[in-house]
Design a protein around this ligand. Structure first.
Ligand code: BGC
Length: 470
């Protein structure tokens, strides 16, 4: 890129677009992260047990499944921009409804409603970004979206910690779970205002026959005539391929294999156990012998910061080392780390309190293993393996699978703790991580540096899944 004033303008406007749409990632992260710190106080106020807490945690995730499933239709009918605007409104209303919930039932319904926004945003914002970003910055914009999720999680952990222990409202210090949940309406309102200024996706405008408006969007982004012509050419080429995922699914076993791979990858991402930590970190700190709520909250913040920082490892190496070497390293690290956590928990921490620190150390190593590998890279592979004509259906299936398995993990952890015990629960997750290495060995292709068209040709020619990349 040159340093001419025009080039500079391009990046400013394009980055405004990227940042605003990536706010959807931030909200997604805020809503995922906020519940861990709020649980303890919700439990106390509503006098409820583990089972209801599990349902409160996972109601948002079931809402997200529903949101993902309806996103394709809504965003193709009303446009990407308007769909993100609607999700911002649901984010605002849902957060306020959670904050005002008079009882656990109302909270469950409100979390489901809020989850619809999370699902819609998790489908539409990356789609919008990939459609509007000029080729030169497409990769970094999508990585920015992933990073925003982890930043959202850590901001929620920080705000929870402040509201749990330090903030004074109405003469009461700490325990403000309603504010924890309600405050997310503020960034949602910022996103709503920001999105009002965003242009519609030029690809969607083309699809609706509004070519002039699409070209105007590129002009607003200060693309020059040659760049506009190249983008237009690319859109026209891709429009020759009609989305006919359902038909293809029924008729083409190669496409079904790719769908199966995406579904398998997303189940694996969730069965690593990452969200057990994201949703229940304070409880895990309690298991490790940290009984003070304040200590648990700060420990959770450290988990969140580690998650953000280790994501940079993936961003730095994914296009250099390739997807698979990083995945192997990540799964070995995650497997060993969780087996260590499980063994230490089984060694009776109550009698040996000094084991709490190494257990938490191993838990942080697990987070590093996830954030540098499965966290971002499974999303990357899922965006690469589907043939163009079935990409919408493919991404819908894999994203919905992510939320379904996410909900199942969120809904079963406390029950597993009380039936299997903390040690065995983590040994089980650790064992699964080791087992998943086989899945990568046998089924997952290396997709680094190979064009999506080549991957599609390889898949459709019947090559083994492992070979459809390099
Ligand atoms: C996963 C989420 C998880 C997050 C943690 C994402 O890639 O899909 O389920 O909460 O990573 O950073």
């Amino acid at each position: 890129m040159t340093n001419s004033p025009a080039a500079k303008k391009v990046s400013l406007i394009v980055y405004f677009i990227g940042f605003t749409a990536a706010l959807a990632g931030l909200l997604f992260g805020l809503d995922v992260g906020v519940i861990s710190g709020a649980q303890h106080f919700i439990e106390k106020e509503f006098k409820i047990g583990d089972q209801q807490i599990e349902i409160i945690v996972s109601a948002l995730l079931w809402g997200a499944v529903f949101g993902t499933l309806i996103s394709g239709v809504i965003s193709s009918h009303f446009g990407r921009r308007r769909t993100i605007l609607v999700s911002a409104v649901i984010f605002i209303l849902g957060s306020l409804a959670c904050a005002m919930a008079p009882n656990e039932h109302a909270l469950i319904v409100s979390r489901f409603f809020l989850g619809i926004a999370v699902g819609v945003a998790s489908f539409t914002a990356p789609l919008y970004l990939s459609e509007i970003a000029p080729r030169t910055v497409r990769g970094s914009m999508i990585s920015m979206y992933q990073l925003m999720i982890t930043i959202g999680i850590v901001l929620a952990f920080l705000s929870d910690t402040w509201l749990a222990s330090y903030a004074t409202f109405g003469g009461i210090t700490g325990g403000h779970w309603r504010i924890m949940l309600g405050i997310i309406a503020l960034p949602a309102a910022v996103m709503f205002v920001g999105v009002l200024f965003l242009p519609e996706s030029p690809r969607w405008l083309f699809l609706k026959g509004l070519k002039e408006r699409a070209v105007n969007v590129f002009r607003r982004m200060h693309l020059d005539d040659a760049e506009i012509a190249a983008e237009v050419q690319e859109i026209e080429d891709s429009m020759k391929v009609r989305q006919n995922g359902f038909q293809m699914f029924l008729q083409n076993s190669n496409f079904r294999r790719a769908i199966g791979l995406g579904i398998g990858l997303q189940i694996i991402q969730q069965l690593t156990g990452i969200n057990v930590v994201m949703y229940y970190a304070p409880k895990i700190f309690a298991l490790a012998g940290f009984e003070d709520v304040n200590e648990q909250m700060w420990g959770t913040v450290i988990v969140g910061v580690t998650n953000v920082l280790a994501t940079f490892i993936a961003i730095a190496f994914v296009d250099k080392l390739g997807r698979k070497p990083i995945m192997y390293a990540g799964f070995v690290v995650m497997g060993l780390a969780l087996l260590t956590v499980g063994s230490l928990f089984n060694a009776d921490i109550e009698k040996n309190p000094s084991l709490g620190y190494p257990a938490i150390g191993a838990l942080l190593v697990f987070i590093i293993g996830f954030a540098m590998s499965a966290g971002p890279i499974i999303w990357v592979i899922c965006s690469e393996i589907y043939p163009l004509a079935g990409r919408d259906l493919g991404v819908t299936c894999s994203t919905a699978t992510n939320w379904i398995s996410n909900a199942i993990v969120g809904q079963t952890f406390l029950t597993m703790l009380s039936t299997l015990g903390g040690g065995n629960t983590f040994l089980l997750y650790g064992g699964l991580n080791v087992l998943f290495i086989l899945f990568f060995l046998v089924l997952v292709p290396e997709t680094k540096g190979i064009s999506l068209e080549q991957i599609e040709r390889n898949l459709m020619s019947g090559l083994k899944l492992r070979k459809i990349g390099k």
